[in-house]
Structures are given as structure tokens and as C-alpha cells.
Design a protein around this ligand. Sequence first.
Ligand SMILES: Cc1cc2nc3c(=O)[nH]c(=O)nc-3n(C[C@H](O)[C@H](O)[C@H](O)COP(=O)(O)O)c2cc1C
Length: 330
Amino acid sequence: MTLRTRFTDLVGIEHPIVQGGMMWVGRAELAAAVSNAGGLGILTALTQPTPDDLRREIERCRTLTDKPFGVNLTILPSVSPPPYAEYRKAIIDSGVTIVETAGHRPQEHVEDFKAHGVTVIHKCTAVRHALSAERMGVDAISIDGFECAGHPGEDDIPGLILIPAAADKLTIPMIASGGFGDGRGLAAALALGADGINMGTRFCATVEAPIHERVKQFIVDNDERGTNLIFRKFHNTGRVAKNSVSDQVVEISARDGAVFEDIRPLVSGAKGRTALETGDLDAGLVWAGQVQGLIHDIPTCAELVGRIVHDAESIIVSRLAGMVAEQVTA
Ligand SMILES: Cc1cc2nc3c(=O)[nH]c(=O)nc-3n(C[C@H](O)[C@H](O)[C@H](O)COP(=O)(O)O)c2cc1C
């Protein structure tokens, strides 16, 4: 048995499970392991210091898998933005056929990717943004509910509402993101109208995730209350794991007249990278979602994807189908 959806057909994968772009985590080891497991692994472009490093990382991923994989390009507002057009060119020149875009104003990137025949999945957190991306010509939407790690947006709509609300309006395939970690979640996402799931935090707690063991164990030990919302005041909300750094960010931000400069030293990407690489859990921000409450082990990606698909299939075929009874008349 297998779960075939519009999304698996679109990108040519076996199972409707995607590993979303993750800064510092989305490297070749993880993306290849997810793709080899039958899902869609995704490299994170900006984790590579230069566009040429990205070209080499794409080549390295190709030595680890012959299955389809994608590249994430995250477009964040920045005073000194990375050379997005050069990263985009590196992706196109390397012959990558699937891209996940995320963030602000993706139009220029979507147009160029589409002109080069790339399949574009746009990740966003609101139905109106999903519809605008659909009009732009993207091939699929990844819709991220309020539960998610990363940037859930400012609307605070959880997946239980956001996924069916988006499914009602979109015509292109859609994957559900934020809070997914097991077969129950996959079955639920399909029932809500999605064509698959996207996971971030769950894939951090796998054997192949290129981060320190202590971070993986931290995710396992945390429960669903183990996150903080940061940057709310600055309209760029982020959901991260609760630790001494994110607690401090929340506390400082709540002070009267607090400005971003007050927290800037705490939240640098370099410090977050140190936390992930050294396992010093208080070195910086550790990005993780509420789904930590459903993560209890550190399997290989193959074990994880296999288990999620198996569990979703048996929920659909046995548990749910078994509840649909003929009406019994007395
Ligand atoms: C460590 C980490 C880093 C992330 N970095 C990015 C990123 O650079 N770009 C992006 O689009 N999403 C990023 N995300 C969000 C994920 O791609 C995905 O949308 C999110 O994790 C889904 O929610 P979940 O963690 O509940 O599965 C990151 C998530 C995590 C856990």
C-alpha cells in the first residue's frame, strides 16, 4: 500500500512527506536521507556562505541520493540582504528541479524559477498569501500553521483551521506544515484537505540531522509547552524552543520602549548555529515547534518516514474505516 496524492505525483516522490528548509540543519546529509526514505529532502540555500558553496552542496547531495530533492530559498527583510539573485542562479544552473520559497515578496524569484522549468512550492502562513502565490504561478503551497517552528506570521491561525480554509480556496496541491510529527498528523492533514505534510522540528530529532546530540535529546525531553514566541513586538514573530536565551528575549521585549537593538546581540544566527553545533543549549536561539510534545525518540529518517506512512495508512484503513458503520435499525 502507498499514499499517493497530487503532491507525490507533482514532485515524483513515494511518500507525501517533505522536510522543510532549515537554517544550519538543511544540509546534504539530512536532505539526502529524507529523499532516500521516499520523502522530499530540501537543502537550505542560505546555510551555505556563498552561492558557489551552494553549488558544491547540491553536488554533494547528488552523491548521496539519486532521488528528487529540493532547495529552500528564504527571503527575509534585511538591511543587508544576501545576494538572492546569485543564490537563485546557483540553484537554476545546478539543474535543481524543485524549490521551496518562503518569506517576503517571492515574485521575482518565482518568475525566474518558473521560466527555467523549476517546480516551485511556496511556503506561507495565510490563505491570502497562498492565493497570491497561486496567482503568481507556483506549483504547490506549503501552509504553515501557528504551531510551527520558524515564522508563523502574525495571524495566529492554527493548522486545524488554516489547512481546510486554504484547501477550500486553492486549486493547486497543498501540503500542511506546522505541528506534524507522526502518522496521526499525516492522516489528519489528508482529511483536512492537504496533499501531504511538511515537517521541520521532527526531522531535527533524527540520526542524520547534522546537529549536536544534546539538541536532539533536548527536543525529545521538551513537551508541547517548550516554545517561546519572540519578535512579536517587531511584527516578525518567531517560534523557538524555550531556553534561557529566548526567555530573556521575551522578558526584554516586554519592557516599555524596548527596541530590536536591545535584543539583537542575543538573537544572532551565528549564536544559534553555535548552539546547534556544540550542544550548548544556552548559546543562542534553538528553533523548534510545539510538536516537540509528540517527539519521543531519535530514529533514522527511513524509520521515521516508514513509521509515519504505515501509521497513517492503518489509521485510515482500520481505525477510521472501521468507524463507518451501516445504520443499524432496531
Ligand atoms: C531549526 C529550524 C530552522 C528553520 N529554518 C527555516 C528557514 O531557514 N527557512 C524556512 O523557510 N523555514 C525554516 N524553518 C521552518 C521549517 O521549514 C518548517 O516550516 C517548520 O519547522 C514546520 O513546523 P514544525 O517544526 O512544527 O514541523 C525552520 C525550522 C526549524 C526547526
